[in-house]
Design a protein. Structure first.
Length: 140
């Protein structure tokens, strides 16, 4: 289970499909959920040439070297802030500080951590118009 990105997945004839959050991969394009939840198991993904709000650009496995006990949201947030900023340029093609895009992330929940989920998922997003193409190598 992951937290921070919250909501429910939905299905539609528009190419939207439900993807388990633990199966997200770099390059997956994600539609922002409409309903807020503390934890989620699935998100709606679409082809990247379809309107979407986020794109997975990095997976940071074994966050904090996977300690047995959940390290807490503060420790995971600190890790995610640095790790996602560091990996941004490699995917987008421009340093985060020079980009018109932003990033967010999914963090393992307490329950997810106890079940072996220690991966932080980094997502690129925008606060303006929705994305209509992949941002990989875009230099935005």
């Amino acid at each position: 289970m992951l937290t921070l990105l919250t909501g429910c997945a939905w299905f539609g004839g528009d190419g939207t499909s439900s993807t388990p959050v633990l199966e997200l991969a770099v390059g997956d394009c994600v539609v922002t959920p409409q309903d807020v939840q503390a934890e989620l198991t699935d998100v709606s993904t679409v082809p990247c040439d379809t309107t979407h709000q986020m794109e997975v650009y990095a997976l940071v496995p074994d966050a904090l070297d996977g300690p047995d006990a959940y390290p807490g949201a503060d420790a995971l947030t600190e890790l995610a802030d640095g790790a996602c900023a560091e990996r941004f340029a490699e995917y987008v093609g421009v340093d985060y500080r020079d980009s018109d895009l932003f990033f967010t992330y999914l963090l393992p929940s307490t329950r997810g951590w106890s079940e072996g989920d220690t991966t932080v998922t980094c997502l690129v997003t925008t606060t303006g118009e929705p994305l209509t193409a992949s941002v990989a190598g875009s230099g935005r």
